[in-house]
Design a protein around this ligand. Structure first.
Ligand code: MYA
Length: 444
């Protein structure tokens, strides 16, 4: 039943963008949320809603608050221009030192400047949704929050939302209730653009998740993962045996697999939107969106030698399967690079992590449960090849969440269960919870 439920699991780009690091559920008493109790989100104990839809109605622009919320004295608002390398770097520096860490403070996400430029500037992005807080005197950036526009399907409803991400307050300014002010200000900026719903993910549990996923990890560079204590050699195992068991071929296996190119975008977008009909919480991509998500982060020029490796500043890796006889695009997969700082480790300062992003296969069409076995078989080959590509590109670990059609393939591909969870949230939208895995329970 767990598998069945997890198969129904939703997916959104954010999930795969790997927010909220490893770290268990952090449930505090759901009754004690002074800020979240005032927000249009389902409140603890509300039960399953009778109807799906907004919690509070949209407002005309002139009824939206026109002045920014007040900040504590000595701080001021700033709109961050991510096109400006200096401001992009300021956000990068803030996040590098202050963003999400795992529960043991051993690893901290280190989004690259290229990643931030990619994630924060999808088609139709609003510069006003990249919000910073600076110290008035020296202009140092000490907090950030962002939104990007997205078309989201929640079951049968298609809504325009803002995807909120990169909420961060400098470590020295924590617990001063700055986060609620940032959230209110980004909400106001979204309202000014006529957007009244949002989606976001977090490692923490706040009112009220619509689903939760678990992180899984596939080891690639075992000696380094052991040395950084990302994983350990089990008692009944040796390092050499562990390396042997996880060894990957140097060549991919699926015939017709090659890097995605501009000429594939129409086919890949159609395949993507069709395949996503299998799930209940999904983004809708136009051609421009898909081009941005799958190609714009792939860097310029040749990739390494022989079609494997990586380019300078490369964020995303996208591959298609072109049927050799017909030239038809039958499948694609993608993953992205999100390194973590290994805190207090000078030998290995960075853990290179790849995260499984979107994929689609025509084997899954039309969407139906009858396809599940065929989909599993095909995905074992496709994601298996993603592991090969990531390994050749010198990633240390390949991460995936328990969403889309991932659950049935994780064990066969030697992913191990992680201790991190990712909770999914909708703002100002009521819907019944998505069937998901039992976060405490086991997934085969
Ligand atoms: S998730 C990633 C969040 N970032 C990090 O974890 C980085 C490291 N941590 C920090 O920088 C700080 O600890 C943060 C909190 C900034 C997280 N989502 O200022 P405070 C509530 C939502 O005293 P601080 C991501 O980016 C908390 O429950 N709320 O606390 C998605 C409490 O409220 P209440 C959170 O530790 C973000 C209040 O804040 C989160 O100094 C989606 C305490 O404030 C969290 N991750 O700062 C944001 N963490 O008393 C929501 C704490 O009620 C978007 N809190 O429990 C909503 C939609 C908005 C747009 C709507 C458009 C229509």
């Amino acid at each position: 039943e767990n598998i069945r439920q997890a198969l129904q699991q939703m997916k959104i780009m954010d999930v795969v963008k790997g927010k909220a690091g490893p770290g268990g559920l952090n449930a505090k008493n759901m009754g004690e949320h002074k800020f979240w109790a005032t927000q249009p989100v389902p409140q603890p104990g509300e039960g399953v809603p009778l109807e799906e839809g907004y919690i509070e109605p949209s407002k005309p622009r002139e009824e939206v608050r026109q002045e920014p919320y007040s900040l504590p004295k000595d701080f001021e608002w700033a709109t961050l221009d991510i096109n400006d390398p200096v401001q992009n770097k300021e956000v990068y520096d803030l996040l590098s030192l202050n963003y999400v860490e795992d529960d043991h403070a051993a690893f901290r996400f280190q989004y690259s400047a290229e990643f931030l430029a990619w994630a924060l500037k999808p088609p139709g992005y609003h510069p006003e949704w990249h919000i910073g807080v600076r110290v008035s005197t020296n202009k140092k950036l000490v907090a950030f929050i962002s939104g990007v526009p997205m078309t989201l399907r929640v079951r049968q409803h298609v809504i325009q939302v803002s995807e909120i991400n990169y909420l961060c307050v400098h470590k020295k300014l924590r617990s001063k209730r700055l986060a609620p002010v940032l959230i209110k200000e980004v909400t106001r900026q979204c309202h000014l653009k006529g957007v009244f719903q949002a989606i976001y993910t977090a490692g923490v549990v706040i009112p009220t998740p619509v689903s939760v996923c678990r992180y899984y990890h596939r080891s690639l560079n075992i000696p380094k993962l052991v040395e950084t204590k990302f994983c350990h050699v089990p008692r009944n195992m040796t390092l050499a045996r562990m390396i042997r068991l996880n060894k990957l071929p140097s060549k991919t296996s699926v015939p017709g697999l090659r890097e995605m190119q501009e000429k594939d975008i129409v086919a890949a977008t159609t395949l993507f939107n069709q395949y996503m009909k299998r799930f209940d919480l999904v983004p809708f991509f136009t051609l421009e969106d898909a081009r941005h998500q799958f190609l714009s982060g792939s860097g310029e020029g040749e990739i390494g030698t022989g079609g494997v490796g990586r380019r300078e500043g490369q964020v995303t890796w996208s591959y298609v399967v072109e049927e050799p006889e017909t030239g038809k695009i039958t499948d694609f997969f993608s993953f992205y690079s999100l390194p973590s700082t290994v805190i207090n480790n000078t030998t290995h300062p960075i853990l290179e992590a790849a995260y499984l992003f979107y994929y689609a296969t025509e084997v899954g069409l039309p969407p139906s449960e009858d396809q599940d076995e065929k989909v599993k078989k095909r995905l074992l080959a496709l994601v298996g090849d993603a592991l090969v590509v990531a390994n050749e590109a010198k990633f240390d670990v390949f991460n995936a969440l328990t969403l889309m059609d991932n659950v049935p393939i994780l064990q066969d591909l030697r992913f191990g269960v992680g201790d991190g969870f990712l909770n999914f949230y909708l703002y100002n939208w009521r819907t019944s919870p998505f069937a998901g895995m039992n976060p405490e329970g086991s997934v085969p």
